[in-house]
Design a protein. Structure first.
Length: 327
């Protein structure tokens, strides 16, 4: 046997062994607890979602799922850690719009590429942001809010959950459509942003309902409208911004599971199926809707297409507004 044939035979055997091992690994998975990295603080919307889904998902796959909060840099810190994690099927990411799409436009030196260093697993849920104002503004409608902004250019501040987040971009769209101006004040979480409205540090924001609505019901601020294209079945009393005279405004937070690049496809596909099934369980649906989440559950392929469309849709908005990560 020639050296070339020997080398070829050895290489072929190695590849065959690796494929066999990967297949066996996928069949045996999981054999230990799975880590779900949430790149935001405990109590944030993705954290709440992860903990609700984990209960049923753990029962379906036969192993505990541990939420690992890794906040920082607008979601980049935890997302980057997952992109560099061992792709063995024991680390997954549950993240949101900005670190998975928008930050690729915002940051010149993003330490990861979500389209190359991560693989889609499932679009888990969406939720309509709620535009709310401080009681000090003395308005009870979108028209009143917008009129107040036009009469007082530069007087108001608005909060978001971070520069380039959907809560930031949604308001930038409103400002562009109404030719109004307000100072952006980013916060580390939606809870902090809502507190800022109540305390009068900012005058308004469009934030997740899980943090806005309890305060609105308590009378500490005023909820005016949702940012979804249509009225939310979870918040039927609130009109959309479109109904309120702002066409072409749709800015909805979404939540997606991802895995490190190289995670065996069999594991990715099974995890996707199990997430979708867990999201359909009546108890999970009830708990999610109580927290104002609309469960989705998608294939990896559908999530990949969705993320690509989000990038195409929001890139011109970010570039037109001149948004920078250090604003």
């Amino acid at each position: 046997m020639t050296l070339a044939r020997l080398c070829f035979g050895t290489a072929f055997s190695a590849v065959a062994m690796a494929v066999t091992a990967m297949s066996a690994h996928a069949q045996d998975w999981p054999q230990r607890p799975i880590r779900i990295v949430v790149p935001f603080a405990a109590g944030s919307s993705p954290d709440i979602l992860a903990r609700i889904v984990n209960d049923k998902l753990a029962a379906r796959i036969g192993q505990p799922l541990i939420v690992d909060n890794k906040p920082g840099a607008g979601g980049n810190t935890g997302t980057d850690q997952v992109s560099k994690a061992q792709p063995d099927g024991y680390t997954f990411l549950l993240s949101v719009n900005a670190p998975l799409v928008y930050n690729t436009i915002l940051y010149k030196n993003l330490p990861y590429d979500p389209f190359k260093d991560l693989v889609p697993v499932s679009l888990a849920a969406t939720t309509p942001n709620v535009c709310a104002v401080s009681n000090s503004m003395n308005v009870d409608s979108v028209k009143g809010w917008l009129d107040a902004m036009k009469r007082n250019p530069g007087k108001f501040n608005f909060a978001s959950t971070g520069n380039g987040s959907i809560s930031h971009l949604g308001v930038e769209l409103v400002k562009a459509k109404t030719n109004s101006f307000a100072v952006h004040i980013p916060y580390a979480s939606s809870g902090q942003a809502v507190t800022a409205i109540i305390q009068g540090d900012v005058q308004y924001a469009c934030l997740p309902p899980v943090t806005v609505m309890p305060q609105a019901k308590a009378g500490r601020l005023k909820a005016l409208a949702v940012t979804s294209a249509e009225r939310s079945a979870l918040l039927p009393e609130l009109p959309t911004l479109r109904e309120s005279g702002l066409p072409d405004i749709q800015a909805v937070p979404w939540f997606a599971y991802m895995a490190p690049k190289g995670t065996p496809n069999d594991i990715v596909q099974r995890m996707s199926r199990e997430i979708a099934a867990a999201l359909k369980e009546p108890e999970t649906v009830k708990r999610l809707q109580t927290a104002y989440f609309d469960p989705v559950g998608s294939t990896p392929e559908a999530l990949n297409k969705f993320m690509t469309e989000e990038l195409r849709r929001w890139k011109p908005v970010i570039e037109r507004a001149g948004i920078k990560p250090d604003n």
